[in-house]
Design a protein around this ligand. Structure first.
Ligand code: G3H
Ligand code: ZN
Length: 288
């Protein structure tokens, strides 16, 4: 099977993007996998620190690897927005394919220093094991939390400067960059700002490594397609999945108050997640 790095390069060459979707449970994993498999597309499963703690570090690795090996399918696992070297190391040691060290809230020099440490560790483990572990880092603040927000949080939306991004990539040696280009984590009730596709293009040319778009939930279709044409190779979606899960469970329970079988209660939630993922993957891959 091709490596994740190769799939990302292929996506970049074809001007499409790989979908990255977060999970908190098995229903999420199955829903995402069902949609990706239906379209025969590679997919990245993400877990934030909280999601990872809930599912279990070794458990989530085993779940994703089981599908990958059993079905010979390009499904990969990412440690999403991890904040310390210790947690990054634990994920690398456990078998994750990719890790995001998120030092975006730190002063620039500290962000460089923690990111560099993670890159060095990933390189060492890759060399010793033959794996190819990818490291992503974030520059510029796009808010935190895949939740429903009344409005854009204070301090979020500070756009990444191309020259600073270039310096950051050179200083750290990361494989992928998550810049701040207009999106905000979460579903914003008062609307989401536009993606600045010109800025994406400029950063993409300046840094020369693949870009990752975070905070995808709630963006307009043209924001995704413009960002992907401008150089984004991975798109992250989480809040839309969480909302689909919650609404499907609420609907089922209100319509079937006497049903207590978890598999029956959760099947519509799994299907709702698959629907969100299928729609987004079609858009990211120019499938009509
Ligand atoms: O890393 C996770 C994502 O960037 C998710 O953002 O909740 O706005 O879809 P979202
Ligand atoms: Zn994110």
């Amino acid at each position: 099977m091709k490596t994740l790095r190769q799939y990302i390069k292929e996506a970049k060459d074809k001007s499409v993007a790989i979908g990255h979707f977060n999970i908190s449970n098995l229903e999420g994993l199955h829903g995402i996998y069902n949609a990706a498999k239906k379209l025969d597309l590679p997919v990245i499963i993400g877990v934030s620190e909280g999601e990872e703690t809930f599912v279990g570090l070794e458990e989530v690795v085993a779940l994703v690897q089981t599908i990958r090996e059993r079905d010979n399918y390009p499904i990969f696992l990412n440690a999403d927005h991890h904040s310390s070297f210790e947690r990054v190391k634990a994920c690398i040691d456990a078998g994750f394919d990719m890790v995001i060290i998120d030092g975006a809230h730190l002063p620039y020099e500290e962000n460089v220093s923690i990111t560099k440490k993670c890159v060095e560790y990933a390189r060492e483990v890759s060399k010793n094991t033959g794996r190819d572990i990818l490291i992503e880092a974030e520059l510029g603040y796009i808010g935190s939390g895949s939740n429903i927000k009344e409005s854009i949080p204070e301090g979020a939306g500070v756009l990444t400067k191309p020259e600073e991004a270039k310096k950051f990539v050179e200083h750290t040696g990361i494989d992928l960059l998550a810049p701040s280009v207009g999106s905000i984590h979460g579903l914003i009730k008062s609307g989401k700002p536009h993606i600045n596709a010109e800025l994406v293009k400029e950063i993409s040319h300046t840094v020369g490594i693949p870009l990752v778009l975070h905070g995808g939930s709630g963006l307009r279709d043209e924001d995704f397609t413009n960002a992907i044409s401008a150089g984004v190779s991975i798109v992250h979606i989480n809040s839309e999945i969480r909302l689909a899960f919650k609404q499907a469970v609420e609907k089922f329970i209100s319509e079937n108050p006497n049903e207590i079988t978890p598999a029956k209660i959760l099947q519509p939630a799994l299907n709702a997640i698959a629907q969100v993922v299928e729609t987004r993957l079609k858009l990211f891959n120019k499938i009509s």
